[in-house]
Ligand binder design. Structure first.
Ligand SMILES: Cc1cc2nc3c(=O)[nH]c(=O)nc-3n(C[C@H](O)[C@H](O)[C@H](O)COP(=O)(O)O)c2cc1C
Length: 179
């Protein structure tokens, strides 16, 4: 099974990418989790579709191979960062329906006490359009991220570690049951 990880932050010391990396390094499932770099994608422009940039072709190919997605993102102004929305828009334009009927697990980390709750509900709405099947529960909202993840991207909070790995394992088990 191949799971693709998408992160909505381009920041070098991103808390959200740190969480994705933690899952990649610590999960106990017999699966491959590959984290894609979304920063190489150009800003979506329909004019580019007649001669797709190689970064887009490679990205879409990765999405095609995916059995599911883990999407971990910050909240920007109560919504989806442009980096992530751009990546979803590019993927949505592939004729091969790279998202269609595939499962996704969503998580968010933010500095606020809400932990990115608002972005996740916006994201769920967009993923309905792509016919991605999002896991409803458990939900993972990492609030006050700077108190739980250090400067080097290490999660220092035991509850957060347990919560993210628990949600990921529930997600993978759910996929296994369906297949
Ligand atoms: C443009 C912008 C908008 C933001 N809007 C929100 C917001 O609506 N809600 C929130 O909880 N945090 C918001 N933040 C703060 C983020 O939670 C914080 O920058 C966080 O560290 C981003 O995640 P990252 O560390 O993965 O980059 C915003 C940050 C930026 C740069």
């Amino acid at each position: 099974m191949k799971i693709i990880g998408l992160c909505g932050s381009a920041r070098k010391k991103s808390y959200n990418r740190a969480v994705l990396q933690y899952i990649k390094e610590n999960h106990k499932e017999n699966i491959e989790l590959e984290i894609l770099d979304l920063t190489t994608l150009p800003m979506y422009n329909q004019d580019l579709e007649s001669d797709l940039p190689k970064e887009v072709i490679e990205y879409v190919e990765k999405l095609k191979q995916a059995d599911g997605f883990v999407i971990i993102t910050p909240e920007y102004n109560y919504s989806i960062p442009a980096l992530l929305k751009n990546a979803l828009d590019w993927g949505s334009r592939s004729r091969e329906a790279v998202f269609d009927s595939k499962p996704a697990c969503l998580m968010s980390a933010s500095l606020s006490i809400f932990g990115g709750a608002r972005v996740q509900y916006h994201l769920r709405q967009v993923l309905v359009c792509l016919n991605v099947i999002t896991m409803n529960k458990p939900e993972v909202f990492i609030s006050k991220a700077s108190e739980k993840i250090d400067e080097n991207g290490n999660i220092t909070d035991a509850y957060t570690k347990e919560k993210v790995l628990g949600a990921f394992h529930t997600f993978i088990n759910g996929i296994k049951k369906e297949s």
